[in-house]
Design a protein around this ligand. Structure first.
Ligand code: PLP
Length: 400
C-alpha cells in the first residue's frame, strides 16, 4: 500500500466541505439543491475593488512580491488596525497571507510541538483543531453554552488551561453561532490569560464588521494592551468585502512571531498574488458604507430566518449578534424518523436526511464541536432562504 505522512492520520476532511461536495453531486443529478453549507458572501466583490486589481495588473504589478506583503497593502492594513481597532502595528508586525486560513497554518506551524495543547472554545470554526492536529497539537475544547449566549466564560477557560496550553483561539463574532464578546467580557478572559505567560492567543476577528442591532465587537489586543505581544490579531477581506476568492488575509502580532510565520510562508507559498493584494488595499481604504450595507442585509436575513425557524415545532434558535449564520438546535427532532425512513440519532443524521430528502445542505453542529445543532448560512438570497425554511418545516413536520 502507498503510505502517507503520519501527520495526516485520522484527519477528516472538514464537514463543511464534505456537505458542499454532496450538495454539488446531487445538483449534478438535477436535484433542486439549496446549499446553506458554505460561509461565503453571495454579493459580488465591489466593482472599485476589481478595478484596482485591473489597474495594478496593467501597471506591471505582476512580479514576485515580498513574502510578508506589498508595502502598499501593509500600509493599508496598518491604517485599518488604527482606524477600526485602535491598534498600532509597525510594518514588521504585520503579515499578509493566503487568506486568514494561512495565518493560522503559519502561526501553528511556527509554534507547536507535538503534545502542545490548543484551547479552542466550541462551537468553533472547523479549521482550528484540524490545523493544530497537523502539527501534533492537541485540541482542547471549552464549551460556550447556549444559555451563556454561546460566549466564552472565564471560569470555563480557566478550567481548560494547563501548563501544556500553547494557544488559545478566540473567534468573535463567532462562526458558527454569531456570538460577540464585548470589551468587558474580553477583559475577564484577558485576566485568565495573564496567569499563563507562555500562552499565545489567536484572536480571529474576520467577522468584526458583520454585527447587528448596534452590538460592537471588541479587539482583544486593544482591550488588553499588556498582552499585545502574545496576541495574533487575525483579519481578512473575504467576509467583509465579499472577496473569498481573492485569498487575502492578514495578521498583526509581535515581531518575533511574525518573523517566524514569514519564515514558514517563505517556504510554502512566498508572497500572495500581487493583484489580489492591490485589490485588498483598495477594499480596506474604500468607503465603509459598502460594508455597512452588506452587514445590514445579513442582519435582516438573519432575523427572517430565525423567525421562520422559531415557528417550527421541534426547533429552537438563538438570535445571532454577528456573522451570517443561524445555529438552530435540533434536540427536539432526535430519536425520530424522517419521511424517507432515516432514523435521526444525531445532528449529522439530521443534516444528511435533510439534504437527501429535501435538498437543503446545512452543516451539523458536530462539525463545530457542539451538538445537536445545524449551521445554516444566511449569505444567500431571501428567496432561497425562505424556500429552505419551508423545506425544513416540511421535513420536521413529517418526522415520525
Ligand atoms: N476565520 C473564520 C472564523 C472563518 O469562518 C473563515 C472562513 O470561513 C476564515 C477565518 C478564513 O477565511 P479566509 O481564509 O478566506 O480569509
Amino acid at each position: 500500500a502507498r503510505s502517507f505522512a503520519r501527520r495526516l492520520e485520522g484527519l477528516p476532511a472538514p464537514a463543511t466541505i464534505e456537505m458542499a461536495r454532496r450538495a454539488r453531486a446531487l445538483r449534478a443529478e438535477g436535484k433542486p439543491v439549496i446549499s446553506l453549507a458554505l460561509g461565503e458572501p453571495d454579493f459580488p466583490t465591489p466593482p472599485a475593488v476589481v478595478e484596482a486589481a485591473h489597474a495594478a495588473a496593467l501597471a506591471g504589478q505582476t512580479k514576485y512580491p515580498p513574502v510578508d506583503g506589498t508595502p502598499a497593502l501593509k500600509a493599508a492594513i496598518a491604517r485599518k488596525f488604527v482606524r477600526e481597532n485602535g491598534l498600532e502595528y509597525a510594518p514588521d508586525e504585520i503579515m499578509v497571507s493566503n487568506g486568514g486560513k494561512q495565518v493560522i497554518f503559519n502561526a501553528f506551524m511556527a509554534t507547536l510541538n507535538p503534545g502542545d495543547e490548543v484551547v479552542v472554545p466550541a462551537p468553533y470554526w472547523v479549521s482550528y483543531p484540524l490545523i493544530a492536529r497537523m502539527f501534533g497539537g492537541v485540541p482542547v475544547t471549552v464549551l460556550c453554552r447556549e444559555e451563556d449566549g454561546f460566549k466564552l466564560k472565564a471560569e470555563a477557560l480557566a478550567a481548560a488551561l494547563t501548563p501544556k496550553s500553547r494557544w488559545l483561539v478566540l473567534n468573535f463574532p463567532n462562526n458558527p453561532t454569531g456570538a460577540v464578546m464585548t470589551a468587558q467580557e474580553l477583559e475577564a478572559i484577558a485576566e485568565i490569560v495573564r496567569q499563563y505567560p507562555d500562552l499565545w492567543v489567536l484572536s480571529d476577528e474576520i467577522y468584526e464588521h458583520l454585527v447587528f442591532d448596534g452590538v460592537r465587537s471588541a479587539s482583544l489586543a486593544a482591550v488588553a494592551p499588556d498582552l499585545k505581544d502574545r496576541i495574533i490579531t487575525l483579519n481578512g477581506v473575504s467576509k467583509a468585502y465579499a472577496m473569498t476568492g481573492w485569498r487575502v488575509g492578514f495578521a498583526g502580532g509581535p515581531k518575533d512571531l511574525i518573523a517566524a510565520m514569514r519564515g514558514v510562508q517563505g517556504n510554502a507559498t512566498s508572497g500572495i498574488c500581487t493583484i489580489a493584494q492591490a485589490a485588498a488595499a483598495a477594499a480596506l481604504d474604500g468607503p465603509a458604507d459598502l460594508v455597512q450595507e452588506m452587514a445590514t442585509t445579513y442582519g435582516r436575513r438573519r432575523q427572517m430566518v430565525v423567525d421562520a425557524l422559531r415557528r417550527i415545532p421541534g426547533l429552537t434558535c438563538a438570535m445571532p449578534e454577528g456573522a451570517f449564520y443561524a445555529y438552530p438546535g435540533v434536540a427536539g427532532c432526535l430519536g425520530r424518523t424522517s419521511a424517507g425512513g432515516a432514523r435521526l440519532e444525531t445532528d449529522h443524521d439530521f443534516a444528511l436526511a435533510l439534504l437527501e430528502e429535501e435538498y437543503v445542505a446545512a452543516v451539523p453542529g458536530s462539525a463545530f464541536g457542539q451538538s445537536p445543532y445545524l449551521r445554516l448560512s444566511c449569505a444567500t438570497s431571501d428567496a432561497d432562504l425562505m424556500e429552505a425554511c419551508q423545506r425544513l418545516e416540511r421535513f420536521v413536520s413529517n418526522l415520525r
